[in-house]
Design a protein around this ligand. Sequence first.
Ligand code: ATP
Length: 368
Amino acid sequence: MTIASRDFRELRLDGVSRGFGALNALKDVTLTIQRGEFITLLGPSGCGKSTALNCVAGLLPLTGGSIWLDDRRLDQLRPEDRGFGMVFQNYALFPHMNVRKNVGFGLAMRNESKADIDRKVEDALNVVRLSAQGGKLPGQLSGGQQQRVAIARAIVIEPPLVLMDEPLSNLDAKLRLEMRAEIRRIHQYLGSATIYVTHDQDEALSLADRIVVLRDGTIRQVGTPAELYSRPAHADVAEFMGYRNIIRTEANPGSNGWVNVGIGGAEIAGTPLEGVQRGRAIAAIRPEDLSPVGNGPIVARVETAEYRGRDFYGTARTEDGTELYFRSEQNAAVGEVLHLGADPARVLVYADTAASRPAELAPNGIAA
Ligand code: ATP
């Protein structure tokens, strides 16, 4: 018997841990996912994303903690008894079975009647817009179509939860964009919950209701895409969310609640986070928020510049050797000297602690 039912309130991971020998791949992860939510697990390679997903799926037993669907404990159940739909990066289709048979496989294993299987398979193929391809073999389909078959196979069992592990990684950039929209549409249509693993922040920002950022097997931050984009809670999360300027510096109290930080020999105002007021700090600025302005305090010479259609992105170096990523609406030529500035609201200043420091920043502050 499976517990598959979309009629649930929440899935809860309660202090979930998973070790591999001496390695703690997942450490005491607690997370609640509401029905209807689209959650992405985001983080660098090896941070424990797939391990977390496989623990929820039942493919990996836990070494600590528990998993609950409302008040039913799941972590002792076999994967097939949890009734979750899974979609993997490599599609995992049966090559000798046509699309209909692939999609209906799970239902056939449950001994459902042929009439029910036919009806549900047709419904699922409709949802992924593949009704016309039902008689084809996977090898006769494009990568995007094969991934749609895998999605149809995951949703045909009407799962409370759909688990996706980097499902778009094997597709080219254009198809990835199209499939993102499809996945979002399918999720909204189904009304179940989705946990989606990715290391691509754009994918996470565009798909998720909430993003869970993992590092070294622990949750660093949970938030909406807007929160993660504009207000990462820690410097390492900022770095992962595209704040390419991550600068070791010193903070001092400034006016209007800002803190002042030194960057490339200049002093600029920033937003204090983690309660930082003075002392060792890390400033984080997106390239698009650091631009040439009339009286920009940071003087830097352009080393690289590339045209991106509407503006220029590049790197510039200050006299003290700090490399900065900037954006310019005007032509920026290599060798040119720029006067860069940033809105203090977009200069995030964090305490410089071992826990918050991005991995690339060695303890001495020199980028590895
Ligand atoms: P990626 O994006 O590269 O897939 P990930 O964030 O999904 O990374 P996991 O696959 O969850 O990371 O792995 C987390 C850690 O656990 C890594 O250090 C990995 O080497 C280790 N690990 C995963 N599976 C096993 C296993 N079966 N045996 C031993 N170590 C493992």
